[in-house]
Design a protein around this ligand. Sequence first.
Ligand code: XLS
Ligand code: MG
Ligand code: MG
Length: 389
Amino acid sequence: MGNFVPQKSDKFTFGLWTVGNPGADPFGGPVRTPVTPVERVHKLGALGAWGVNLHDNDLVPFGASAQERDRIVAEFQQALTDSGVVVPMATTNLFSHPVFKDGAFTSNDPKVRAFALRKTVESIDLGAELGAKIYVFWGGREGTEVDASKDAVTALKRFREALDFLSEYTMSQGYGMKFALEPKPNEPRGDIYLPTVGAMLGFISTLAHPEMVGVNPEYAHDTIAGLNFYHAVAQALEMGKLFHIDLNGQKPGRFDQDLRFGQEDYKSNFFLVKLLEDYKYDGPKHFDAHALRTSDPADVWEFAKGCMRSYLILKEKAQQFNADPEIQALLQEINAGDSAAETVLSAGYSTENLAALKSLDLDPEALALKPLPYEKLDQLTFELLLGVR
Ligand code: XLS
Ligand code: MG
Ligand code: MG
């Protein structure tokens, strides 16, 4: 058994907003006094986290003067150096201020859109100054409750306009940044545009610089909608578009819970970690979660430790799964192929290969009788996860 102590090479990251979450919800105010960003960075470094991510206003208050901004950023830079923590990702808060109540890049008001664009330019500069190479776009207010209010086609054109502008800007500055678009089906808007990973991937191909844009899928966002997150991440990974990932816990069909990674549905968390490890995803593993409202300040750090430890435990379970003789023998049996059929399937279309396809010996009655011992496989997986194998 491993010791499950996080290393920098694990690339675990937290948002300033995650460990700094004061525990407010729509029915009650804050329950914790947040510690300063500098203290958060020191604590994260001590716990073995690799990085810290931020929205512009997690660090620099909205409307701060240039002087104040520079003082805060310099103090934060010092904390990063002292604690050995890096900033791999930055993003913009385009959701808290009332100006964004009906959208930012997709607002009907061109002045609001221009304000959102300018705020993002400045926030990209801040991210670049802190060393971020990934820039996340989560459009929390880009949606509607009243579809009569906004044309959904126009909204997408506006979103594209903003992203194309910002891609060109980022390239013109030589920042070497990539963009990661983060889908969410709802919350805070009734319905948010581009609600799924697949929708984002389709949209990316319509951008002026698709090569610099990928996705930032989040476990909670897909799970709210009852989708299979492991499948969504697999698609992004297979397309070379998994630039970042937000890990947390969530029960299906609920409000946005942002629970500790590993808190819910161990099996889906397991297949997610196994996917990331088997396919050698080497981007940041970001915990976009927060401690329960019942947590006191000490318990917040237990939450942070728990996220990282759970990932490492599941990583060890994935290694165990890949080395388990009984499980692997079953998988071999299930995946037993036929070399003649494989050759035809992978050779692509040609008149010769069409002829080969037609001459294959394919008996549907016999094929349907092939045993598929998935009950056994799933039970073995369960027992492995529960530590009885
Ligand atoms: C909210 C989002 C948000 C983004 C960053 O649900 O997950 O935290 O990840 O703006
Ligand atoms: Mg979220
Ligand atoms: Mg997120």
